[in-house]
Design a protein around this ligand. Structure first.
Ligand SMILES: NC(=O)c1ccc[n+]([C@@H]2O[C@H](COP(=O)([O-])OP(=O)(O)OC[C@H]3O[C@@H](n4cnc5c(N)ncnc54)[C@H](OP(=O)(O)O)[C@@H]3O)[C@@H](O)[C@H]2O)c1
Length: 279
C-alpha cells in the first residue's frame, strides 16, 4: 500500500511516520516540502506518488491566534482540505483526515458521539468543521478521525509545558472547569494505521481512555515530578484567552473501539509513557 503523509513535520505527523507498518510504502512531506494550500504542487505530487491513501496531518493549529487569523485558518483547515479531497477523488486515493473536539460547543453533560450536533465556539473549531464539510462534499472515500487534547514527544503541548514548569519548580495555576480526554500521539497514530487497514470510513472519535480536567492532567504530572504543592486550581474566568474553549468536550469513542477491538490505553498510562520518554 502506497501512503502519502502531509504535515509529516507536526506532532501527529511524526508519530504516523514512526508507527507506519512494514507493508506500507511511505511518502512523507513536511510543510516545507509540500504546502497543502498550493494546489498545483499537491496535484503534481499526487501524480508522482500515486498513493492508495493520503493522510492529512497538516493543519493550522494555533487555537488562540486563529481568532485574529480567521482567513488563514480557513484556508488551511477548510479550503485546502476540500481541494485535496477533489484531487484525491480524481486520483482514486482514500483520504484520512483529522478533526477536533472543538467542533462541539461543550455544553453537553455526557460524551459527544460522531452524530452529535456540531456548533464550534471558536475560529479554530469553525475552520476544522469547514474542513470536515469540504472533505465530505469533495467526494473521495474518506475517514475523519476526531481526536482531542493531543500530546507527544515531537511538539508543544500542555503536558510538556506542565512537565517543564514542574521540573523548574514554578508555581502554577491550572483550570479545573474544562474536561476532555488527553490523547497520546503515538497511541492515536497506531490506532489510525489499524483503522486504515480495516478500511474504516466516515467519522470516528479516537482518544485515550478516561476523562480529565486540565488540572487533573497537571496534578498527575506535578505528582510524578514530586512537586504536587506547586499546583493550584483555578477556573476559566481567572485565565482569559483569545479563543473560548468548550467546557466539556469528551468524545465518545465507542464506535472506534468496535472497529479497533477495544479502547486505547488509559490516559494516565499514556502520560507515564510520555514522561518516561526523552522529552
Ligand atoms: N494538538 C491537539 O491537541 C489536537 C486536538 C484535536 C485535533 N487535532 C488535529 O490533529 C491534527 C494534527 O495536529 P498536531 O497536533 O500534530 O498539530 P501540529 O503539531 O501543529 O502539526 C501540524 C503540522 O501542519 C503543518 N502545516 C501548517 N500549515 C500547513 C500547510 N499549509 N501545508 C502543509 N503543512 C502545514 C505545520 O507546520 P508548521 O509547524 O511549520 O506550521 C505542522 O507541522 C490536526 O488536524 C489537528 O487539527 C489536534
Amino acid at each position: 500500500m502506497r501512503v502519502m503523509v502531509l504535515g509529516a513535520g507536526g506532532m501527529l505527523g511524526h508519530d504516523l511516520v514512526a508507527t507506519a507498518p512494514p507493508e506500507v510504502t511511505l511518502f512523507a512531506f513536511s510543510r516545507t516540502q509540500l504546502d497543502i494550500t498550493h494546489s498545483d504542487a499537491v496535484a503534481a505530487t499526487l501524480g508522482d506518488v500515486r498513493p492508495d491513501v493520503v493522510i492529512n496531518a497538516a493543519a493550522y493549529t494555533a487555537v488562540d491566534r486563529a481568532e485574529s487569523e480567521v482567513a488563514a485558518s480557513l484556508r488551511v483547515n477548510g479550503a485546502a482540505v476540500g481541494a485535496l479531497g477533489r484531487m484525491a477523488r480524481a486520483a482514486g486515493a482514500r483520504v484520512i483526515h483529522f478533526s477536533t473536539d472543538y467542533v462541539f460547543d461543550g455544553q453537553a453533560t455526557r460524551p459527544y458521539r460522531e452524530d452529535s450536533p456540531t456548533d464550534p465556539v471558536n475560529a479554530y473549531g469553525t475552520s476544522k468543521l469547514a474542513g470536515e464539510t469540504a472533505l465530505r462534499a469533495s467526494g473521495p472515500e474518506h475517514l475523519v478521525v476526531r481526536t482531542q487534547w493531543l500530546f507527544g514527544v515531537h511538539g508543544k503541548s500542555f503536558p510538556r509545558t506542565m512537565w517543564e514548569r514542574a521540573r523548574a519548580g514554578l508555581a502554577t495555576r491550572v483550570v479545573r472547569d474544562q474536561t476532555g480526554r488527553p490523547t497520546y500521539a503515538p497511541d492515536l497514530a497506531a490506532a489510525v494505521w489499524t483503522l486504515i487497514r480495516q478500511g474504516a470510513c466516515g467519522v470516528l472519535h479516537v482518544a485515550n481512555q478516561g476523562e480529565a480536567t486540565w488540572f487533573d492532567v497537571a496534578a498527575h504530572i506535578f505528582g510524578r515530578v514530586g512537586k504536587p504543592d506547586l499546583l493550584t486550581p483555578c477556573v476559566t474566568a481567572d485565565y482569559p484567552t483569545p479563543a473560548r474553549r468548550p467546557r466539556y468536550s469528551v468524545l465518545d469513542t465507542t464506535r472506534a473501539e468496535q472497529v479497533l477491538g477495544g479502547p486505547l490505553a488509559a490516559w494516565e498510562d499514556a502520560m507515564d509513557r510520555f514522561l518516561s520518554s526523552p522529552i
